[in-house]
Design a protein around this ligand. Structure first.
Ligand SMILES: [Mn+2]
Length: 198
């Protein structure tokens, strides 16, 4: 399933597929676009199937309700929401358009890379672990970006695709999605968000 979001400031394409033999994907994602900021996030529920989906969906629902808050308090709320649930890995970016800045926080294995028009790539590393209601240490990373930067966020089912290659300017957003689809072997849930900040 491919979905597209296109606003004045942001274009995002998403692709999601379930693990082979599963009728639902344990990953969830959310894109929120506002005039002055945007939120982009993927959560990967531990395991697969319905219980994984439940955890990742809870996180996205919390995020959807609190996207106007700062990333630190959003993450604490997401973590709290998973008490007595399976748990989830998550990465969130919040883009502040007028500042040309974004903040990033990640816990667990969701990859995020952003490449500037001149080819400079930034890939903030997540903290190890996952959200499960237990105390977490949150690390917020803030960096500036140039307009026309391209980014990729993906769950671990996307595997060993070099994001640098993916994001080279020879590819359109659609061709990046096509490449991910071609390489998908069905061994895990797959979620990918590729976007361009205009
Ligand atoms: Mn996974």
């Amino acid at each position: 399933m491919i979905e597209q979001i296109n606003t004045k400031q942001l274009e995002v394409l998403s692709y999601q597929a379930s693990k082979k033999g599963k009728d639902c994907c344990g990953d969830s994602f959310l894109v929120v676009t506002k005039p002055d900021y945007a939120i982009i996030s993927i959560a990967d529920g531990l395991g697969s199937g319905v219980q994984a989906k439940e955890s990742s969906e809870i996180v996205m629902n919390v995020l959807d309700k609190h996207h106007n808050e700062d990333l630190h308090s959003i993450l604490l709320k997401c973590n709290d929401s998973l008490r007595a649930k399976r748990g989830a890995a998550v990465a969130i970016i919040k883009i502040y358009f007028s500042l040309n800045e974004m903040v990033y926080a990640g816990i667990g294995n969701i990859k995020f890379t952003i490449i500037s028009p001149s080819g400079k790539s930034t890939y903030p590393l997540p903290k190890m672990g996952f959200l499960s209601g237990k105390p977490i240490s949150i690390q917020i990373q803030r960096f500036s970006y140039e307009n026309e930067s391209v980014f990729l966020m993906s769950s671990d089912g996307v595997g060993m695709i070099a994001s640098k290659d993916l994001l080279s300017y020879h590819h359109s957003l659609q061709s990046i999605i096509d490449l991910v689809r071609q390489q998908n072997n069905g061994n895990d849930d797959v979620t990918v968000l590729v976007g361009k900040i205009k």
